[in-house]
Design a protein around this ligand. Sequence first.
Ligand SMILES: [Fe+2]
Length: 237
Amino acid sequence: MQEVLALIEQKKQEYAQLSLFNFMQNKNINPRQRLVWAPCAAHFIMNFAELNKYFLRVEPTSDPIQALINAHTYEDDHHWLWFLEDLKSLELDKSLKFSDALKFLWSEETKSARWLNYQLYRYASQATPIQKIIVIQVTEATGNVMFSRAAEIGKEIKAISKKPCRYFACLHLDVEIGHMTGTPGIEEILQQIQLSEVVQQELFELVENLFTAFTQFTNDLLVYAETHQIEQRLKVA
Ligand SMILES: [Fe+2]
């Protein structure tokens, strides 16, 4: 298992180098503009609680790893509500016909968010507790990079507009850090798990494929941010 966790750490460092994060840290750009991609991430963010509820959680369980996973799955239950609040604070909560909102959520420009969900469902569905732990570790690794950058922007926005962000905020970053990776002794428990060669290879593939989906998603958020101005109405192709 150590090798799989080491691969996640290496991929996390690579993920942190993506151009979106330079864009998000560029203080020459209006902070709201640096989060203008938020609607583009909606499909992924809004589905996250259900990934936990319907795919990662299995109750009741006698498996100690699944029990850890179950406890973890409750934390993200309500974070989508914070996202909806932030859309207001960012002034991105524009009126749209229902059919146009649906078209946007299933449009070409938001397809990476949907694809990421489908990959997460694929790997979390009927998975062993160890596979689920790896899905969680990858989402926490990428989330940690993203929320560290986003929380800084949230602070800037609050200082300027007095409108506090809750999803793109330190509060969110703190609870994310308190997730699985913050469980006392979890690293030791995971490090000690022995895997067969076959299972290790499967987990390597899972890690690679999920990081590919997260990378595509993140790169497409930047494309969206560079082609949409914060003041512009949501346009549906
Ligand atoms: Fe969250």
